[in-house]
Write a protein that binds this ligand. Structure first.
Ligand code: AHM
Ligand code: MG
Length: 335
């Protein structure tokens, strides 16, 4: 088959045997995510047309104001996946606690839990800049047929079965990995079909883009600022790196994945663990980065080795081209 014409559905069926613990369940789950994505995509695209923009006024569990599309995306993913009984539990960045699905039904044999940031970078919605969805899938650690517990969600990133993101950008793309490389699919909006457009994505080992909220630099540790000065300096071999930061992790990561670069959200003096959530944002992106030949760390260790202790835990986050992360670690003294 000509790879250019392969649909998401065909790709999933063709690669089913490569999925860990394959039983058709992960296939259903990925198809369910694809379906929910198309619904959310329609809403995101309509945002400028109808009165969907603006804050609802509610404050989410992180203490941030939620916008309508956050709520719509959250509900769409939860409804689509729970009604189809594809997963046994869902944890969302927008929900205080995890949701147990059909926990009373002893016949409910589903093995997977989903962790999701339904709409990341949502402050960009009302200015028409790309936003994204990030998801992470684990095999439950408690017995099937029993209610899920917090232990099913507090797993190390290294134990992810699959992870991915959707970028609602100039095109809508679904990028995911089941532990056998990273593949990207682009939505044909006319047909409502995802096509394999970026097979076997690899992050260049070197890059010349750095993505960070530079305005916070007075609060960064010295090593981070020394690395930033290094990025901004030319030398005999190269020009200064390019600064690119739109404030949507998915968009900034996607660019750096394709072109080569580094994304940073360091801790600050007051917020030692930075802003990003380990389970909903950092682990899935770290899984993809390493599957594509890149790296992700908290400044010392691999993100994927962190033992989570709470659902909404935050961590400093650095991800990108492997040689750039290594250079950063030199400046941080953690090489
Ligand atoms: P959110 O989950 O509230 O959308 O926040 C996460 C986002 C990331 O997508 C982005 O990289 C970062 O926050 C931007 O934060 P800042 O505005 O502090 O630079
Ligand atoms: Mg987020």
């Amino acid at each position: 088959m000509n790879i250019k014409h392969q649909t998401l559905g065909e790709f999933i069926i063709e690669n089913q045997n490569a999925f860990s613990y394959s039983s058709g369940e992960l296939t259903k789950l990925l198809n369910g995510i694809g379906l929910a994505t198309k619904i959310v995509n329609q809403e995101v695209n309509k945002a400028g047309l109808v009165d969907l923009i603006g804050e609802v006024g509610e404050i989410n569990v992180q203490g941030e104001s939620q916008q309508k599309l956050d709520l719509i995306a959250n509900k769409t993913f939860i409804d689509t996946l729970s009604k189809r009984e594809i997963v046994c539990g869902i944890a969302s960045e927008e929900e205080e606690s995890f949701i147990s699905i059909n926990s009373q039904d002893k016949n409910h044999q589903n093995k997977y839990v989903l962790l999701i940031d339904p709409l990341d970078g949502s402050s960009n919605i009302d200015v028409n800049v790309s936003v994204g969805t990030i998801f992470s899938i684990y095999r439950r650690v408690t017995p099937v047929g029993t209610p899920v517990t917090i232990d099913d969600f507090l797993q190390k990133g290294r134990d992810q079965i699959a992870a991915g993101y959707i970028i609602y950008g100039s095109s809508t793309m679904l990028v995911f990995s089941t532990g056998h490389g990273v593949n990207g699919f682009t939505l044909n909006p006319g047909l409502g079909t995802f096509y394999l457009s970026h097979p076997n994505m690899r992050q260049p080992e070197d890059g010349s883009i750095y993505s960070v909220n530079d305005a916070n630099s007075e609060f960064f540790e010295q090593g981070v600022n020394d690395y930033l000065s290094y990025c901004k300096k030319s030398n005999g071999q190269r020009k200064p790196y390019k600064a690119r930061y739109v404030g949507s992790l998915v968009a900034d990561f996607h660019r750096n994945l394709i072109k080569g670069g580094i994304y940073m959200y360091p801790g600050t003096v007051s917020d030692k663990n930075g802003k990003l959530r380990l389970l909903y944002e950092c682990n899935p992106i770290a899984f993809l980065a390493t599957q594509a030949g890149g790296e992700a760390s908290d400044g010392k260790n691999s993100i994927l080795d962190i033992e989570p202790t709470e659902l909404h835990q935050r961590t400093p986050f650095y991800t990108g081209s492997i040689n750039m992360i290594e250079k950063l670690h030199e400046f941080l003294g953690t090489k």
